[in-house]
Design a protein around this ligand. Structure first.
Ligand code: ZN
Length: 137
């Protein structure tokens, strides 16, 4: 039996479909509340700040900083066999929300908390995944 070596791809839920569609167009777009103007991540049907159901999506800067991170050395899925070691990080966007992603374009041992980063988009099969690379502060 052959081993599956393709990476798993996101399967958008109705709440997150606009996020993934925007990523496909190289835009980072987060849910935004039409009542209190708060934004958040991950997407949900109601605003976590004021519970309004008037939710839309708005593009954000794509700039942020590494809030926290870990380096994966073990292969948990055969699709990632060629990637280890790789960094999984919580990115704090300039707009406030934090999202889980990868930091790429830098050696894992050089990643630091508070490191300024910017979004880049990586195509994986039919999905496009927002990832982050270092940027000048
Ligand atoms: Zn709100």
């Amino acid at each position: 039996m052959s081993e599956v070596k393709q990476k798993p791809v996101p399967r958008p839920a109705p709440e997150s479909a606009p996020y993934w569609a925007a990523a496909r167009e190289r835009r980072l777009s987060l849910p935004k509340c039409e009542d209190c103007e708060g934004n958040w991540f991950p997407p949900s049907r109601t605003c976590p700040h004021c519970l309004s159901a008037r939710v839309t999506f708005a593009d954000v800067s794509g700039r942020g900083k590494v809030y926290s991170f870990v380096t994966f050395h073990r292969v948990y899925h055969p699709g990632f066999e060629g990637d280890v070691p790789y960094v999984v990080a919580l990115i704090e966007l300039e707009e406030g929300p934090r999202l889980l992603s990868n930091v790429i374009g830098v050696a894992p041992e050089d990643v630091r908390c508070e490191m300024p980063v910017e979004v880049v988009f990586e195509d994986v099969g039919e999905a496009t995944i927002p990832k982050f690379r270092p940027r000048a502060a």
